[in-house]
Design a protein around this ligand. Structure first.
Ligand code: DGJ
Length: 732
């Protein structure tokens, strides 16, 4: 049993293999957050001794006890309007216009298995893998209930949280804030790590001390965004990859979100995460429920590496779904950087033919195959083949590609519409825009109002039609702008605050329908690269195109940041041409391949343009990826350097039984007369003996971890590193 209850059902311990989460309802029914950290086997409330703090008021029920203040106590789900002046997780406006919410403990329930969330992605688990705790809270002065849900995945060191708002009253209320997570950390000296960036430079790691007041990472773009990722880590000042405490939180949500951290007057920390409440307002009618998205939590007392392993494990096994969740992914060739919009059947066939000759498994036809789509100014929404480019239609091309021994994938951008399109001419009202205002255009395009069922039904039919028209086994689902001008003709004016969240719910419904109707199709998420790289999308698409930056050097930084939460199998990564189209940089083809192999591997260039030596290298790389693929995707991933600080990017994969390891990466710049770098490996068995492929020297795991492994002598810039080790006994 991972959930233990004491003190007549008021003191709750959620225990996982290495962690403990404790909450307790006190004599006033206030639910206090007691602990999230190491598994201590002890009620941790002994650490609480709060002073009377001036201007921190006291609840009425506490009488003259001035030490009891909602403004200083660690709380499980803090609400606004009742004297806790820190960040609050929830707020409602009642029928009388007041907006206080005073949630007190009403009861609890423990259930086998993991709860799910209606209409939204969430961690799923077998009945015996997880337990659910539901804490029922009620507002003292209304019939608003909030049910806090906790999923405990004991063996994975994972706790999930989400909240359900229920209106048991007679009148509607307006929810103006409904965060998924409120987490108080009453002690310690903590920093925060977040993942910021921009288009072609996503998920750059930034670690900062906390300042008093509020720090935030958020998106108001309608997507989880390139600029901030909906993941955050709080860590002790001394936290490293392998030591120190850290808590990670990943939102399972693909829309506008907020993660806020407050360092309070008493140096306590509060973290809240959930739907962005700016502009948010949800009418909760009598007897209705509102579900917040899920947040996944994990704690590690041995640094970031273990935290990442916990997230990789749960995302790979309990978020990703379907046929491809653990399957080896096809090595693909994508024509985007090879042709952009400028192609016809002949060009496509020649790219596919050569790719197949060199060993590639799948051809992916990117943007430009449909409607009047010769540039990005037109055609979106017209999901029928452009026969000027693809003579004979899609099916003929697909069959041709199949005759080369390859499968076929296709690009779609279902949520968008170009003004210059048949769809827009027929249904201008389907685009999100405010009457009497000129909408902002992003990449010349507008966004379809998928909060509307008729629009979603249309998209389901038209996309199903494309997928049935030929033997298509992969879809790249793109989304190429941030959303603005929020308005829907189908929503009453007073409920327009629902539109951002309804957009995300509409997206999830559409993805759910399509992925269920086409279970054999591998869906890849994309938003101008990694602009919607989040655990919500991964529930439908087990891989996401990581970034439109295909420069191998830059990619080491982007993939480094991405790796803190997301497993390698989810990271779409391709070898592209040089000079690179985003940076003009030239890197060796071997270096590009090694970087791209740390993901769902593919090529994105016209392989016909390579010389024979490079072509031979491609064949060899694909062979190696097929050999190492299971280790790369199923092994444990180790960040062995920090590419933002070091002169090299080195990472490794180690098999579960520690019998095999693959060290990958690159040395950025070579200097004359430089010593060879040595890098300490991790995750090996200290007592096991290892040999490097092609070598004779036998190393103990302890030597490789304590003394390190010598990187090759580099020559030139961006020098590739690949070292494959096997347990000595296994090869004797
Ligand atoms: C953005 C994607 O990230 C690219 O890979 C490509 O598919 C383009 N869109 C096509 O418009």
């Amino acid at each position: 049993m991972s959930i233990k209850v004491t003190e007549q059902g008021r003191n709750f311990y959620l225990e996982t293999l290495n962690t403990m989460y404790q909450l307790k309802a006190d004599e006033y029914g206030v639910v206090k957050h007691i602990w999230y950290g190491a598994k201590t086997g002890c009620d941790m409330e002994y650490l609480f001794d709060f002073p009377d703090v001036g201007f921190s008021g006291n609840i009425y029920d506490a009488g003259n006890t001035k030490e009891y203040s909602l403004d200083t106590l660690p709380l499980e789900y803090s609400c606004g309007g009742i004297g806790d002046y820190r960040l609050s997780a929830a707020a409602v406006t009642h029928a009388d216009g007041s907006n206080a919410l005073d949630l007190r403990f009403e009861g609890y329930e423990i259930k086998k298995g993991k709860y799910s969330i209606y209409g939204m992605p969430a961690v799923y688990a077998d009945e015996d893998e997880a337990e659910t705790l539901e804490i029922r809270l009620k507002d003292t002065a209304s019939d608003i209930y909030v049910i806090l849900k906790y999923g405990v995945l004991e063996s994975k060191d994972i706790i999930t949280r989400s909240a359900v708002f229920v209106n048991e009253g007679q009148k509607p209320v307006k929810i103006t804030k409904a965060f998924s997570l409120c987490l108080d950390i009453p002690q310690g000296d903590w920093e925060w790590v977040h993942f910021h960036g921009r288009h072609t430079m996503e998920r750059t790691v930034e670690r900062r001390p906390l300042i008093h007041g509020i720090q935030e990472s958020s998106s108001d773009r309608g997507t989880s965004s390139h600029q901030q990722n909906p993941t955050v880590i709080l860590c002790s000042k001394d936290c490293t990859e392998t030591s120190g405490e850290c808590i990670g939180a990943a939102l399972v949500y693909s829309g506008s979100f907020q993660t806020k951290i407050e360092l309070t007057q008493l140096n306590q920390i509060r973290l809240i995460a959930g739907i962005n409440c700016d502009g948010f307002g949800w009418e909760l009618k009598a007897k209705e429920e509102f579900y917040t998205p899920e947040v996944i939590l994990s704690y590690s007392c041995v640094g970031f590496e273990k935290l990442s392993h916990n997230f990789h494990n749960v995302i790979k096994n309990n978020i990703c779904r379907g046929k491809y969740k653990l399957a080896e992914r096809p090595v693909l060739i994508n024509n985007w950087e090879a042709t952009y919009f400028d192609f016809d059947s002949e060009r496509i066939e020649s790219i596919a033919r050569e790719a197949s000759r060199l060993g590639v498994d799948m051809f992916v036809l990117d943007d430009g195959w449909f409607g009047k789509r010769d540039s990005d100014t037109s055609g979106l929404g017209d999901w029928f083949v452009n026969e000027n480019k693809l003579k004979g239609g899609l099916n003929q091309l697909v069959e041709k590609v199949k005759s080369y021994g390859m499968s076929f994938g296709i690009w779609l951008e279902p949520e968008m519409v170009s003004e210059d399109s048949e769809l827009y001419r027929k249904h201008p009202d389907w685009a999100i825009k405010i009457p009497n205002r000129k909408p902002m255009r992003g990449r010349y395009q507008l966004v379809l109002d998928i909060t509307r069922k008729d629009v979603r039904d249309y998209l389901f039919e038209v996309i199903s039609g494309v997928l049935k028209s030929a033997d298509i086994t992969y879809v790249k689902w793109d989304m190429n702008r941030s959303i603005s001008d929020w308005y829907s003709a189908k929503l009453p004016a007073e409920n327009m605050g629902e539109i951002r969240h309804r957009y995300v719910l509409g997206l999830y419904e559409l993805l759910d329908r399509l992925t269920s109707a086409f279970p054999n199709v591998l869906f890849e998420g994309c938003s101008g690269g990694g602009g919607r790289f989040d655990a919500g999308i991964l529930y439908y698409c087990p891989q996401i195109w990581c970034s439109d930056d295909t420069d191998a050097y830059e990619r080491t930084k982007i993939q480094y940041g991405t790796s803190f939460f997301y497993p390698v199998s989810t990271i779409g990564s391709h070898v592209s041409t040089v000079p690179n189209h985003q940076t003009g940089r030239k890197t060796p083809i071997e270096t590009r391949a090694i970087t791209a192999m740390s993901g769902s591997f593919g090529y994105e260039l016209d392989l016909n343009t390579l010389n024979n030596e490079e072509k031979a290298a491609v064949t060899e790389q694909i062979k190696r990826f097929k050999e190492y693929g299971p280790l790369i995707h199923n092994g444990k991933y180790y960040r062995l350097s920090n590419p933002l600080a070091d002169n090299y990017a080195i990472w490794s994969f180690v098999s579960e039984d520690c019998s095999e390891a693959l060290v990958h990466g690159m040395i950025f710049h070579t200097e004359p007369n430089m010593l060879r770098y040595s890098v300490k490996l991790r995750g090996l068995a200290p007592e096991k003996e290892y040999v490097i492929d092609g070598g004779e020297k036998v190393y103990t795991g302890r030597a490789l971890m304590e003394g390190g492994i010598l990187l090759p002598k580099s020559w030139g810039d961006f020098f590739p590193v690949e070292i494959h080790l096997k347990e000595y006994r296994a090869v004797k």
